[in-house]
Structure formats: C-alpha cells, structure tokens
Unconditional design. Structure first.
Length: 83
C-alpha cells in the first residue's frame, strides 16, 4: 500500500494504537530522531559541525528512548525483546 506524502515528501503514518502508550511514545521518539537527524544533516552541509554533533547525539538519545519504549511494549504484551 502506498501511503500519502506530506509536503516534505515523508509518508504520513497513522498513530499507533492508543491502547498501548509505549508504542505511541516510541513513535514520538522516532519522529524526534528523524527531525534531529535532518537538522544534523543540514548543519553539516552548512559547515556547522558543533551543531551537527549536538543534533546527532540528540537523535541517538531519541532512538535509544524508542528502543526502551518498544521493549516495554513487548514486555507488557508478554513477549521478551531479542538479545
């Protein structure tokens, strides 16, 4: 299925099930990571390496938070995360 796109070309994704708050949190964290990654990319293009570094680290923290939220969702559902 092809998803509709936003003005910036990113696909529009539906919100995760509202009955699982961990999934909603993981989705929010991944969206924040996507934004910070794009900002870091743009900062590199502009030669602003300190800002790029800051945003890259912020993106990594957001991804780590998403992984934690997904692990919590798996645990709540009776599944164990791999590893």
């Amino acid at each position: 299925m092809i998803e509709p796109e936003t003005d910036n070309g990113s696909p529009v994704l539906e919100e995760p099930e509202r009955s699982v708050p961990e999934l909603a949190e993981a989705a929010r964290e991944l969206q924040a990571a996507e934004h910070d990654t794009q900002v870091a990319f743009d900062c590199i293009a502009l030669g602003e390496l300190d800002r790029a570094h800051t945003h890259a680290l912020t993106a990594r923290v957001a991804v780590d938070a998403a992984v934690t939220a997904l692990a919590a969702a798996l645990a709540a559902g009776g599944q164990q995360p791999p590893g």
